[in-house]
Ligand binder design. Structure first.
Ligand SMILES: *[C@@H]1O[C@H](CO)[C@@H](O)[C@H](O)[C@H]1NC(C)=O
Ligand SMILES: *[C@@H]1O[C@H](CO)[C@@H](O)[C@H](O)[C@H]1NC(C)=O
Ligand SMILES: *[C@@H]1O[C@H](CO)[C@@H](O)[C@H](O)[C@H]1NC(C)=O
Ligand SMILES: *[C@@H]1O[C@H](CO)[C@@H](O)[C@H](O)[C@H]1NC(C)=O
Length: 532
């Protein structure tokens, strides 16, 4: 009925013309000259997934150098579940149908590799992948919700007694959590997935548990206003240590404060107020310019001193501030976010491979303290050329720099971001090829530093989806219609409000006293670093 659909279309258009804050440049299109890049991104995916099917199907990760597999995510087939939304986005229907069939048979009642299950990793990869692909495929496969609910029902035991905060790890054999210090990323990166699960199961408990945890963190006294300490003790509910960072162990807690406000349009102002306060306090306290090249970064704060460090993981901050700056309609935040994005992109632009390192450091007008050793002569020479120096040289197929680049493209429409994404595709095709598909690199600043024998599930979920969407029609998976979880899994958002203001005030500073305890050490090889 063309007439009816025409009316529906007109109604849709007219309502969107008065409704809500917009994030993307209206009417943005990708110039035709970039059409081959969309295909390039899809080919990276199909090549990688074909190798995964050949050598690792049903396991968590492909080992692309040894043509084998590994099971670091409980052996439930993490790459399949995490890749499903990308298959739908790319229109790879046969692969998707096969993946749904596989998923229907996963037994989430027990882990295949030891009994310990990470609440955080399982939420962002498995629950996120299942629910996002359920939505993106038009709610045709209810089994995807059933499976998400099965694994979440086990993870719900991570909240014990009346505690607001969950423990970070669960034993699936006993349904008992591992009683240990956790971090704000583990406890505060659950709201998008668990709220979405509540929506499709009509059980409000999931969303309530996750929101209660995030709110608990937001209302604790913090070392800097809005910037909670990284460590947290679920037993006492208190902060552990006083380390502040936008990097691993904290990152996606901050990310989700603004995204949860957008996904739910909640009237609870805690989330927006805390995000605004965290950003404001970061601008006042953590922004640092390098003495060479004037690159902008967000430093860490260890409770006493600024640490002049940065990381691939933390580079999501530029994209997150662009999204939040648009929602809050705050040009100051947007302008700083674009400069932060330049600093992160410089870590790609200045290496031999054109790919950025896992961790780096720099010198600013207030010094060079990093909490680690002073730069070597070689690091100093690199710094004098590039305005940062490499402290961990690996590339483990992380997405964050390309994630921020994607946001910068959709939010500004400047085609330099398309050129950057294209150069990343070329770098991947030149330096990552392995005996089977694509591997990580030991050293981004060497043409022959050797490959890392692991293809992470977030290569499928994040890197290749962000690259593809950068070159896709911007009205497909628009930032005005979807909110991405920290694994790049899109969730459908309600129409935007006319304004996102929170209560209009910042969260006041509260006297903070560092609690002693074992400050968690972070492994560089997880999605968001987790305690050893
Ligand atoms: C998925 O399973 C259904 C039902 O068993 C079957 O008809 C279909 O061919 C399968 N699809 C794929 C791609 O394996
Ligand atoms: C909702 O989910 C929670 C968490 O798994 C569970 O304990 C509770 O029984 C569920 N409620 C209903 C009505 O099914
Ligand atoms: C925009 O954000 C900056 C940084 O937090 C803040 O100083 C400023 O007051 C905000 N502007 C408005 C209009 O809220
Ligand atoms: C960094 O340098 C830019 C350009 O000179 C300047 O606008 C900005 O205020 C500086 N920021 C900081 C934190 O020093």
């Amino acid at each position: 009925m063309p007439r009816l659909s025409c009316i529906v279309l007109l109604l849709g258009l007219s309502s969107s013309s008065w409704a809500g804050v917009t994030v993307q440049v209206p009417g943005l299109t990708v110039p035709a000259s970039y059409a081959s890049r969309l295909t390039d991104a899809q080919t990276l995916f199909t090549t990688s997934y074909a190798a995964y099917k050949q050598f690792a199907f049903g396991h968590d990760d492909l080992s692309p150098v040894s043509k084998s597999f590994s099971d670091g995510r409980n052996g439930w087939g993490a790459s399949i579940v995490d890749a499903m939304p990308t298959m739908v986005v790319m229109g790879l229907d046969d692969l998707f149908e096969e993946a749904v069939n596989f998923t229907a048979g996963i037994d989430f009642s027990k882990s295949k590799t030891g009994d310990t299950v990470s609440l955080f990793e399982t939420t962002i990869r498995y629950v996120g992948g299942l629910l996002s692909s359920y939505e993106l495929s038009g709610e045709q496969f209810p089994i995807l919700v059933t499976k998400a609910q099965q694994v979440a029902d086990k993870m719900a035991f991570a909240w014990t007694g009346t505690h607001d905060l969950p423990y970070g790890f669960m034993n699936f054999a006993t349904n008992k959590p591992t009683i240990a210090t956790s971090n704000i990323a583990e406890a505060g990166t659950l709201t998008l997935e668990w709220a979405t699960l509540s929506k499709y199961t009509n059980n409000v408990t999931y969303g309530n548990l996750a929101a209660r945890s995030a709110k608990h963190i937001a209302t604790l006294a913090a070392p800097l206003p809005g910037l909670s300490a990284q460590g947290i003790d679920p037993t006492s509910g208190n902060a552990v240590g006083s380390y502040v960072t936008w990097g691993g162990g904290s990152d996606s807690y901050f990310e989700y404060l603004i995204k949860y406000a957008r996904l739910t349009n909640t009237a609870d102002t805690t989330f927006i107020d805390t995000w605004k306060t965290a950003v404001d306090s970061s601008i006042r306290t953590l922004l640092r310019n390098s003495t060479v090249g004037n690159h902008l970064y967000l430093a860490d704060f260890d409770g006493t001193q600024i640490r002049h460090v940065g990381s691939h993981l933390a580079c999501f901050y530029a994209g997150n501030w662009l999204l939040g700056g648009k929602l809050l309609q705050n040009q100051t935040i947007i302008d700083i976010a674009l400069q932060l994005n330049e600093g992160c992109w410089n870590t790609y632009a200045s290496t031999v491979t054109g790919i950025g390192p896992e961790a780096f450091a720099y010198i600013s007008s207030d010094g060079s303290f990093t909490g680690g050793s002073a730069p070597t002569a070689a690091q100093t020479a690199f710094y004098n050329q590039h305005g940062y120096y490499i402290t961990s040289s690996a590339y483990i197929q992380r997405p964050e720099v390309l994630e921020s680049n994607f946001h910068a493209w959709r939010i500004t429409g400047d085609t330099k971001y398309l050129d950057r994404a294209a150069s990343a595709i070329d770098a991947f095709n030149k330096f990552l090829p392995a005996p089977a598909a694509f591997a990580g690199l030991n050293n981004v600043n060497s043409a022959n530093g050797g490959l890392i024998d692991d293809m992470e599930s977030f290569w499928f979920a994040e890197v290749l989806k962000y690259l593809y969407l950068t070159f896709d029609d911007p009205s497909h998976i628009s930032l005005d219609e979807y909110v991405f979880n920290t694994e790049c899994q899109p969730f459908k958002a309600p129409p935007a409000l006319d304004a996102y203001t929170g209560s209009g005030t910042l969260v006041p500073a509260k006297p903070f006293k560092a609690q002693s305890g074992v400050v968690p050490q972070f492994s560089p090889l997880s999605k968001v670093a987790r305690p050893q």
